[in-house]
Design a protein around this ligand. Sequence first.
Ligand code: FES
Length: 149
Amino acid sequence: MLVTQQPVLKRFWYPVMPLTHLSFEKPQPFELLGQKIALWLDADGQPAAVVDRCCHRTAQLSKGVVVNGQIRCPYHGWSYCADGTCGSVPQLTAEQSIPASYRVQSYLCANRYGYVWVCLDQNPLLPIPEISEAENPDYRLISEFYHRV
Ligand code: FES
């Protein structure tokens, strides 16, 4: 069994990419512990993470775009909010409401120390690690490189 398949590992926060890699226009794909996720900046500039699989016809959401802070599927244009709820279905008329079942799995996501942190479980075992020097103006935080493995 792969170490990354241990369920307990999903209950920790992981820095997945620099915040500067996210934008208001284009989502980014990432694979964390074997789970494919899509990341973007919501309308408030906060990072958001959902499963990289549309609930309609399973298209990769990370190949879509971000519109008004929601991630829009590249296939039929359904859009999802940071909490995974569906915010827009172009095929519905104005009188039709979006069914609650139209949603994707969302993940805890936060910006800390200039990085996007994600936890794949809604109940993390520990908070994001405190690095007091990172928020101390007497120190300078230098991000030397970003390397995906
Ligand atoms: S597959 Fe995503 S909207 Fe149809």
